[in-house]
Design a protein around this ligand. Structure first.
Ligand code: PBG
Length: 327
């Protein structure tokens, strides 16, 4: 092709480079995760996630207002309950930490879409995402016994005013169970964003410290997917879509760009990617040592996730990126 074709011609001038750019990040692509904790006036930096905070409901409402002010359309709420128990009943309590946070955010920033993470691991003493059973001396999670608890949790979030629920537990059939429960409770209009392809990933490490949700015994490999599996990821997404999921999520993001690309071709619904805690912490840690440029790493990773096919990106960089996009 050379010398007829010289790709550098369109790289020569900054304006031409800008015109030739194929992938763009918009504020509308961003979803900002927030962590609600008990108490009042609490704004405590999370050690494993520098720049992210544990926020009591009052402070979280302020934070949500700031998020909305940056033009970010949505938040994803996680909650740390006052106390945990083996059932994880804090997850579906009508006055639990997430329902209270939802109500406060809806009041403080009505223009914001409030998404809630539906799972039990933050609420259970054992730290698993469902009901544990002992089998052959090892802890397992009972799939079908977990479904009604997840459904109850989703309905509690809906009653509090959530705009979309996002189940992250990886139980089989949970989208159908949640859909049925929402419909029966009068929430036929409420969409489900399913964490459909979720790997049992090392990159959730910092989150488990942030959400105090590490399993006390065993791991999540019995319900989250083997990171080696891509065909299975597409099957998981197809199943969730058939069960009524309105949007599908792939998680983690950067290790799964191939899955995002394939899913983009195969599914027509909005596709989300979660740039998880470990992906964020990796950049932050390296940047703190001066080993890479934080902002450039942020833009490059977020753009790569978009390029692979994500419409929505759940990212701890939501606010930093929105600030940059505004400038
Ligand atoms: C709850 C949940 C987790 C994450 C989102 N929802 C943790 C896990 O599955 O262990 C991870 C988010 C992150 O790492 O940023 N099940």
């Amino acid at each position: 092709m050379f010398p007829v074709h010289r790709p550098r011609r369109l790289r020569d001038h900054p304006v031409l480079r800008r015109m030739a750019r194929e992938t763009r990040l918009h504020r509308e692509n961003l979803i900002c995760p927030l962590f609600a904790v008990p108490g009042k006036g609490v704004r405590r930096e999370i050690a494993s996630l520098p720049g992210q905070f544990h926020l009591s409901v009052d402070r979280l409402a302020e934070a949500a207002k700031a998020v909305a002010g940056l033009g970010i359309p949505a938040v994803l709420l996680f909650g740390l309950p006052e106390t945990k128990n083996p059932e994880g009943s804090g997850a579906w309590a009508e006055d639990g930490i997430v329902p209270r946070a939802v109500r406060a955010v809806k009041q403080a920033a009505p223009e914001l879409a409030v998404l809630t993470d539906v799972c039990l691991c933050e609420y259970t003493t054992h730290g698993h995402c469902g009901v544990p059973v002992q089998r052959q001396g090892q802890v397992r999670v009972d799939n079908d016994a977990t479904l009604p608890l997840l459904a109850r949790t989703a309905v509690a979030h809906a009653r509090a005013g959530a705009d979309m629920v996002a189940p992250s537990d990886m139980m089989d059939g949970r989208v159908a169970a949640i859909r049925q429960a929402l419909d029966a409770a009068g929430f036929t209009h409420l969409p489900i964003l399913s964490y459909a392809a979720k790997h049992a990933s090392a990159f959730y490490g910092p989150f488990r410290e942030a959400a105090d949700s590490a399993p006390q015994e065993g791991d999540r490999a019995g319900y989250q997917m083997d990171p080696a599996n891509g065909r299975e990821a597409l099957a998981e997404m197809a199943a969730d879509w058939q069960e009524g999921a309105d949007a599908l999520m792939v998680k983690p993001a950067l290790p799964c760009l191939d899955l995002l690309r394939q899913a983009r071709r195969r599914f027509t619904v909005p596709l989300a990617a979660y740039q998880v805690s470990g992906e964020y912490a990796m950049i932050e840690a390296a940047a703190a040592r001066g080993w890479l440029d934080r902002d450039r790493a942020m833009w490059e990773t977020l753009t790569a996730i978009r390029r692979a096919g994500a419409d929505w990106i759940v990212t701890y960089y939501a606010q930093a990126a929105a600030r940059g996009l505004r400038a």
